[in-house]
Design a protein around this ligand. Structure first.
Ligand code: FAD
Ligand code: FES
Ligand code: FES
Length: 1331
């Protein structure tokens, strides 16, 4: 421990306008701001979803006025990685604090249903405010392109959020302009107040320290040096800019002294002179962008630099991350920087000081080329004082390129920056050139041989291809766990090709005229910059036009587009989730230690070092589990399959399985201590990871499923031949990857022990009954002594069905051991590794069809990767067997579905399990048929549509019939939807345009996908309760879990409509009715909230309760007051009924009319997608996505359209960017936000239209409605089909004909590598055909 000074002074900042002053001695400098706000100030308005800077949920606004210059600084930042010490002197504002300034923004977020589960919403609100205000009131929709690149939402599909944003633009579309402005709308769009930040004491930030970390904030170089000298001999010293790299700096955990550069005066700002731009060592990327943008108006070269810088991380990151910090990451830890290659190619210099020199000072700064600086070992302690970018000559030409797993907010897979100057006199003579390849190895590399070649040989049509070859030979590609060498080389080849082509074009032009800035300002990823803000949506509210709104006084009706009651709280962040449950002072936090091995025997858990960490209280292991150390997760189902913790002496089942739980006074302490727990393993075995390995090891799950219809026996001969005169045959394979749930709210449980051995468990679960049963089992308690509670989920998508159970068990066991409340929440990485995800599936098919494309028979076999247990994955195998037919009539069909056990986490159904791969499979078969007959995809679909008389197939389990054929739900809307979606998307026109485009372009290709969908959904028996209070307010209890799907608002609509209309002819106002939190003490034995069925069935049960209640109240209705307001009349009735001691609690229950516990009905839909791919990089953009979905008569169209849109974009992620890869040891590679990439707002389709089918009442549904949660997700498959079609066009140009399929997702790497591009094709000649 260095001889640091004592902490003194105070940390001062404001939070939402309130001053926060904390004595320095009480501040833990290792805490990120978000943790401090949440745990110390109880500010839960800031949500933490990833804790690693990768999602934007924790975004806050930072503002301050410079005490001397009076300049106001204002920017957004990620509070989960923002060091607490660095907020001294800043005003911190959350979404709640912004409400006073931008009430209209908040209001529109509420009314346009831009919050579903709400977990991302407060962060989004802060980013929206920043985007809207930074334009100074003149924002146009065009300027929104690429904005909002730093906030992830898993629920909404972004359209509603972007609509809110667009509605404030000066060119807002008419349908988004408020017709009846609220008081807040008196302020013109985007001109909300940006008040002068509150002044804070101008005292320097205090010295802060805890047991292992001291945080210094010097204000000058001299002070920095003096601190440095005093610390250097004692221990490790780390310089910190804004510390955004904290998530990768594992070593930081051991550091003892940090010197923050934040306030060092000499490092601040950017200075522009005649000859250079001098970027201070503490200048941020955003600051550099704004300076460069000004220069770009004078010199075109700068625009390319700015465009690339804007693709560095997200806006919040660029606001804080410094340029110097980025470069130092390259120097010290081989970081895949975007900035280093840019600056290397630009030819910039570094001014630095060697802090180890005896008396360093600004006067002793040294200047060196960036290239030399990055590779040199010395000096060990360099302080970057400035980065100097010399101004470019007019003749210089600069371009940069990058490709990543997602276009925004993702590290580059490869990048490059190229710069050159031509001789003004002779054609093609290159006078200077710098070619830099980045992100493919430890350091950016100059391709000097290629440069020399171009200098010698000049740039001609002939030298282009050779230069590309040389570059790919010369650049070393480092090892990567996720991208192949050949892909990264191809990317570099494509970049240089584009650059040289542009050079040739430009050079030809420059000899005649100077190019305009716009002609040189494009960034390579042109397909990336989609005009996503063109998205539109269509909702048919179907509201009764005769509704007497005045009389009803705000009455809530079924079929109304009513906003969710908690939207206001979701938008400000006041809404509380399980992780926000107030903890008492004695409470403990648990942090997991997890298994490193998929298959090994656990010998020992040594927590001695962890126990020495200040604040650690205990360590829970399997020794603390009494119930045979094995816990059922789903007792009612199969077998004991998921262990909550690996038993000592027992075997691990997968990497990431819990081994122990460290209990400490704070979560941060527990997590740090968990790192030092030592775990001893023996008998480490090679795991079975893939289906092929499981087959070889004969690890078949005990159940197999068959889908059967008609008889395929007569077609055996056709299948084994190459077809007959009448029937042709196609054979192929569908390879379906996994997908993670990626809910934003992490798994979390809080267990609170109570008197008499009782336990209350607050849990984020879709299956409270599973938590209830299993916690009781784990604690050996009768169920009436366990109460399971929750208010809402921040997303579930199937991952919190049973995935929440082990977390709840762990919390309960720990709480009992400690005798205190315990809060347990895995990190984002642990969460992903434990919860599993969608099952990988391989499906082989053979289909016999006639010349019209009509299918006569299909034979298919399916193999499902279940992970370490088949308990839940079997659903997927079963659904494929049941639902392969989808929207099509398969007269003769046989499918055998087998499941395979591997050493991966148990797969957990993800939204639309089974249905999604089934849709992918049948649509692939239809595309295959269309391709082999050269028919239009639409015609082949039409030839096979289901009809009103069609029967479904039968499903067999282990040879026994489990589901008999049944009639389809009528009306069968497939053909109608197909026609509508073809008409709305102008299918015929698109087909012709895409063909023409592909003919004219060699390196960009377009594709179309079209599909129909049918997804049977269940209706389960259900219960509900209405409690009426004597003041007339009503509390609704039901079995369902609210997770943003609008369940509460729908049951409120039902209760209001039923009670009010039965008694008075008008619905009750929604303000009288509230839906209660869930508690097993009140609603025992609930069914899982899943399968898109809960809203409809709860509405049925609630309607029954309301009808019964209305019966009881009818005698108390005073007919004489029939003209009064409904609310007043209702209160009168309740007073009278209560006076008569009527029981004002009423149960309701519902069963399907068949009398069964479950009944199925069919939902229908159809989609069309158009995509464009970049053949050279594999990037794609979705140009159009049109969906028509049969939601029956929607109970609440505002909610249902949001569900359909969110499902479509989640499906887009499955089809494109959400890669899940396991290495050979069974480790999940894509386990956090750095490697797992759900779509962002800029990824959404340019023309996005989701339409709920009009006039489509479904008599069997609740109030004629159908479900929306999952089925629309299937519609995203058309995006995947379209990408494949575009690839086929590229392959055809490359001479590779024939039907071709990809495995999902269609990542950039897979797209690029499938197009068959060879370097020899990269000629000037080829490009003449059109890029
Ligand atoms: C969410 C996120 C997304 C990102 N995406 C991208 C991306 O797409 N492309 C990309 O290129 N980068 C990306 N980055 C990296 C990002 O650019 C860097 O984290 C940031 O620029 C570092 O700046 P900082 O001030 O926070 O540095 P710090 O984290 O404070 O420090 C980083 C390193 O630099 C050293 N250091 C800092 N300043 C100086 C100085 N003046 N002199 C000497 N040493 C110094 C520190 O000692 C430390 O070793 C991303 C980072 C995050 C968190
Ligand atoms: S929680 Fe901070 S970025 Fe995800
Ligand atoms: S509303 Fe955005 S994540 Fe749920």
């Amino acid at each position: 421990m260095p001889a640091c000074m004592e902490a003194a002074g105070a940390l001062a900042f404001t939070l939402d306008g309130q001053k926060v002053v904390v004595k320095a001695a009480d501040v833990d400098p290792s805490l990120p701001l978000a943790s401090f706000l949440r745990s110390h100030l109880g500010c839960h308005n800031v949500k933490v979803a990833c804790g690693e800077g990768g999602c934007g949920a924790c975004t806050v606004l930072l503002e301050r006025q410079d005490p001397s210059t009076k300049a106001i600084e204002r920017h957004t930042a990620l509070s989960c990685i923002k060091p607490l010490p660095s907020v001294h002197g800043w005003n911190v504002t959350t979404a709640k604090g912004l409400k006073d300034r931008s009430g209209a923004l908040h209001k529109r977020m509420e009314t346009l249903n831009a919050a579903q589960c709400g977990y991302c919403t407060p962060g989004f609100v802060v980013s929206l405010y920043d985007t809207l205000t930074s334009a100074g009131g003149d924002l146009t929709t065009d300027r929104l392109k690429g904005e909002l690149d730093g906030n992830l939402c898993r629920c909404t599909g972004y359209r509603s959020i972007l609509d809110v944003c667009k509605s404030f633009c000066t060119d807002a579309p008419a349908h988004l302009r408020p017709t009846t402005p609220d008081i807040e709308d008196a302020i013109p769009p985007c001109k909300w107040p940006t008040p002068v930040p509150q002044p804070l004491p101008s005292t320097p930030p205090p010295l802060l320290k805890n047991a292992s970390l001291t945080w210094h904030t010097p204000s000058s170089l001299a002070e920095l040096h003096s601190i440095f000298r005093s610390l250097r001999q004692d221990g490790k010293v780390r310089l910190v800019g804004h510390n955004t790299s904290v998530c990768w700096q594992e070593k930081a955990k051991e550091e003892e002294c940090v010197i923050s550069l934040e306030r060092v005066e000499e490092l601040a700002g950017i200075h522009v002179t005649e000859r250079a731009i001098r970027v201070g060592g503490q200048a941020t990327i955003s600051e550099l962008i704004s300076v460069i943008d000004k220069e770009a108006t004078k010199t075109a070269t700068y625009a390319a630099l700015s465009a690339h810088l804007r693709h560095t991380g997200s806006k919040q990151l660029r606001n804080e991350g410094t340029v110097a910090g980025n470069l130092m990451l390259v120097k010290t830890m081989a970081f895949p920087s975007d900035i280093a290659p840019l600056l290397l190619a630009w030819g910039c210099r570094i001014e630095y000081i060697d802090l180890d020199a005896p008396t360093p000072s600004a006067a002793q700064t040294q200047m060196v080329d960036l290239e030399a600086f990055l590779v040199a070992d010395a000096p060990k302690m360099a302080l970057i004082v400035a980065i100097v970018l010399d101004k470019q000559n007019e003749g210089a030409f600069f371009r940069s390129y990058r490709t990543a797993m997602r276009k925004h907010y993702a590290h580059a897979t490869a990048n490059a920056a190229f710069w050159c100057e031509f001789s003004p006199s002779s054609s093609g003579v290159v006078s200077a050139v710098r070619l830099v390849a980045g992100a493919v190895s430890d350091r950016p590399q100059r391709a000097r041989q290629t440069e020399a070649f171009l200098l010698e040989q000049g740039l001609t049509n002939k030298t282009v291809t050779r230069a590309i070859e040389m570059l790919t030979e010369e650049v070393t590609i480092g090892a990567s766990s996720h991208d192949s060498e050949s892909y990264r080389k191809s990317l570099l080849a494509g970049y240089l090709y584009r650059f040289l082509l542009e050079c040739i074009n430009r050079h030809d032009n420059t000899r005649t005229s100077t190019p305009s800035p716009s002609s040189t300002s494009t960034h390579s990823t042109t397909t990336a910059d989609t005009g996503h803000l063109n998205g539109t949506t269509h909702t048919d509210t179907d509201t009764d036009p005769d509704t007497d709104i005045d009389r009803e006084g705000g009455g809530a009706r079924i079929w109304q587009p009513l906003a969710k009651p908690d939207n206001e709280r979701l938008v400000t962040g006041d809404a509380k989730y399980t992780g926000d449950v107030a903890m008492d002072k004695r409470a403990l936090y648990g942090a997991y230690v997890t298994s490193e091995h998929a298959k090994a025997t656990l010998l020992r858990v040594d927590g001695s070092e962890a126990m020495r960490v200040d604040g650690v209280v205990d360590i829970v292991t399997s020794e603390d589990f009494t119930l045979n150390r094995m816990i059922n997760t789903v007792t009612a189902w199969d077998t004991n399959l998921l262990e909550s913790v690996v038993p000592i002496g027992g075997q691990s089942r997968f990497v990431g399985q819990p081994v122990a739980l460290v209990l400490a006074a704070t979560e941060d302490t527990a997590r740090k201590a968990a790192h030092v727990v030592k775990v001893e393993w023996a008998d480490i075995q090679t795991p079975v990871v893939t289906i092929a390995q499981a087959m070889a090891a004969k690890r078949e799950y005990k159940k197999m499923f068959e889908g059967r219809k008609g008889d395929i026996a007569p077609f055996e001969a056709v299948f084994s031949s190459r077809g007959t005169a009448d029937l042709q045959v196609v054979k192929g394979k569908v390879d379906c990857g996994s997908q993670l749930h990626f809910y934003l709210e992490p798994q979390v449980a809080v267990a609170c022990p109570d008197e008499d051995g009782r336990m209350t468990v607050h849990t984020a679960t879709q299956g409270p009954q599973y938590v209830h049963e299993n916690v009781a089992l784990a604690l050996g308690l009768p169920q009436h002594k366990v109460d399971v509670r929750l208010r809402r989920l921040g997303g579930g998508f199937g991952g919190k069905s049973t995935g929440s159970v082990p977390v709840a068990i762990m919390a309960a066991v720990a709480a009992r051991k400690a005798g205190r409340p315990v809060h347990v929440s895995p990190t984002r990485h642990q969460d992903a590794a434990m919860t599993g995800g969608r099952e990988e599936i391989e499906l082989d098919y053979e289909a016999a069809f006639d010349r019209s494309g009509r299918i006569h028979a299909i034979r298919a076999s399916v193999h499902v990767n279940c992970g370490c247990a088949g308990n839940l994955a079997y659903m997927c195998g079963k659904y494929i067997a049941e639902f392969l037919e989808q929207a099509y009539e398969l007269q003769n069909f046989y499918l055998l579905s087998k499941l395979w056990i591997t050493d991966l986490p148990m797969r957990m159904p993800v939204r639309a399990p089974g249905g999604l791969p089934a849709a992918l499979a049948i649509e692939t078969i239809l595309d295959h048929i269309a391709s082999s007959l050269s028919l239009d995809q639409a015609d082949v679909r039409r030839a096979n549509h289901l009809t009103e008389t069609s029967l479904t197939s039968a499903m067999y389990v282990n040879g026994e019939m489990a589901a008999a054929p049944r009639q389809l739900t009528v009306p069968v809307q497939i053909a109608r939807i197909h026609d509508e979606v073809c008409a709305s998307s102008e299918w015929g026109r698109r087909v012709a345009e895409v063909a023409a485009f592909n003919k004219a372009h060699r390196w960009r290709k377009r594709g179309l996908g079209l599909m129909g969908l049918r997804f049977p959904r269940p209706l389960f028996a259900s219960n509900a309760v209405i409690n009426v209070h004597v003041d007339g307010t009503v509390l609704l209890h039901h079995e369902g879990v609210e997770m943003g799907q609008g369940l509460h608002v729908k049951v409120i609509q039902v209760a209001c409509d039923t009670l009010g209309t039965r008694l008075f002819g008008y619905p009750l106002p929604a303000s009288l009715v509230r839906s209660a939190d869930f508690a097993t003490e009140f609603m025992p034995n609930p069914w899982l909230t899943a399968a898109s069925s809960t809203s409809e069935r709860m509405c049925f049960a609630m309607q029954d309760a309301a009808n019964r209640m209305a019966e009881k109240l009818m005698p108390f209705v005073n007919q004489e007051s029939a003209d009064g307001q409904v609310a007043e009349r209702w209160k009168e009735v309740i007073l009278a009924a209560n006076g008569a001691k009527v029981n004002l609690q009423q149960q309701g229950e519902w069963r399907p009319s068949s009398g069964n516990v479950i009944d199925f009905y069919d939902t229908y839909g159809g989609t069309v997608a158009e995509v464009e791919i970049d053949v050279l990089t594999g990037e794609h953009s979705v140009r159009a996505f049109h969906m028509s979905y049969d939601c029956g008569k929607s109970i609440n169209p505002l909610v249902d359209i949001g569900q359909a849109e969110g499902a479509a974009i989640m499906g887009q992620g499955f089809c494109t960017s959400e890669q899940v890869t396991w290495d050979a040891t069974g480790r999940l590679i894509n386990d956090g936000t750095w490697m797992y990439k759900p779509p962002l707002a800029p990824d959404m389709p340019t023309d996005f239209r989701v339409h709920l089918l009009d006039n489509s009442a479904f008599p069997g549904g609740f109030a004629s409605s159908k479900a929306t949660g999952e089925p629309p997700l299937l519609g995203s498959v058309s995006i995947f089909l379209a990408i494949q079609q575009a690839i086929r066009s590229a392959r055809s140009d490359a001479g590779e004909e024939g039907f071709f399929t990809l495995s999902t997702p269609a990542t950039c790497a897979k797209i690029q590598q499938s197009c068959g591009t060879k370097i020899e094709d990269m000629t000037v000649e080829a490009a003449k055909r059109g890029e």
